[in-house]
Design a protein around this ligand. Structure first.
Ligand code: GLU
Length: 310
């Protein structure tokens, strides 16, 4: 069996690419390329209300401009690299979980979920109370007349541990620290947690490099991989680029999106040099190409904590 690294870019085309996305993509690319590995580009456009093809195309253009290429996927790979075109596949794996008795309908409203008393997970999202976990078949039928349910995974009270390539050991009790999670929203849109596990599994991804904000989702994904019979990839959760107050860069920081940065006349080499300096790959900010960084890349030099850029 080949042990070639297969990494991926998995952007959500819900807006323009910002500096933080470029930072994660650069590290994902360097991590794969420094061991002679491959990169897949998959557009995570599950949410039709937020995602657009134009954004996906723009992200591809921005990646190319940065000098980050990929070997498989993207628009040239065809529709199977767009999550919006893979619903039947997710439906199949949802049915596998249903078959195992791991799925239940949840009728809670947004207000129920954000009730002030709810304990919160590491990323600040409320941990599900379990309110709909044990509804009787009759209660389910009655509620379904009023509201179409989301589908939730029933997680066990088990400890999930893994060693992140950058952040070290991460260990949680699934039921208490993470809670039951959504597999399909009430409007029928499949959830990121399910889609990402199915796609990484089917696409042979064995290295996931992504922002630290997703560290707390990883235990759910490990558990899903086990239930669905997929191999566990290696994970490296990289720092987020944040504003001075510790706030995550967002669309509000319009000057931090690649469109604005490119329009300001910055060269791709200068931007890559800045990102490489912020990451800890080079010790002086100077223009450089991703190719030139390959021999310099070592995970042990990469910063672990979020990085203030504004
Ligand atoms: N599509 C997700 C995002 O852009 C990333 C998912 C992942 O890397 O697992 O935030």
């Amino acid at each position: 069996m080949s042990t070639e690294t297969t990494g991926r870019f998995a952007p959500s085309p819900s807006g323009k690419m910002h500096l933080g996305n470029a930072f994660s993509c650069l590290l994902a690319w360097l991590s794969a390329r420094s061991t002679g590995g491959r990169i897949i580009l998959r557009h995570e456009d599950l949410d039709p209300a937020r995602c657009r093809r134009e954004y996906a195309n723009q992200i591809e253009d921005d990646l190319r401009w940065l000098g980050l290429d990929w070997d498989e996927g993207g628009s040239q790979g065809g529709s199977q690299y767009y999550q919006s075109c893979r619903r039947e596949i997710y439906q199949h794996y949802l049915a596998v979980l249903e078959e195992k008795g791991l799925v239940y309908p949840c009728f809670c409203t947004r207000a129920d979920l954000h009730a002030a008393s709810a304990p919160h997970a590491a990323d600040g999202t409320p941990i599900y109370s379990g309110a709909c976990r044990e509804l009787s078949p009759r209660q389910r039928r009655e509620r379904a007349l009023l509201r179409s349910p989301a589908l939730r995974a029933r997680v066990p009270a088990e400890t999930v541990s893994f060693r992140d390539g950058l952040q070290g050991l991460y260990s949680v009790q699934l039921e208490k620290d993470c809670g039951d999670f959504i597999l399909r929203r009430s409007d029928g849109v499949f959830a990121y947690q399910l889609a990402v596990v199915v796609d990484d599994g089917l696409m042979g991804v064995n290295q996931v490099v992504r922002g630290r904000d997703l560290l707390s989702s990883t235990p759910w994904q490990l558990w899903l991989q086990e239930q669905l019979g997929f191999q566990q990839p290696e994970y490296c959760h990289v720092p987020l680029l944040v504003a001075a107050e510790g706030r995550r860069l967002s669309k509000r920081d319009g000057d931090m999106d690649l469109g604005a940065i490119r329009a300001s006349g910055v060269s791709p080499q200068s931007l890559v040099g800045r990102l490489a300096f912020l990451a800890g790959i080079i010790d002086r900010e100077e223009p450089v190409t991703p190719e030139e960084l390959i021999p310099l890349f070592r995970w042990e030099n990469i910063r672990k904590e979020n990085i203030v850029v504004k």
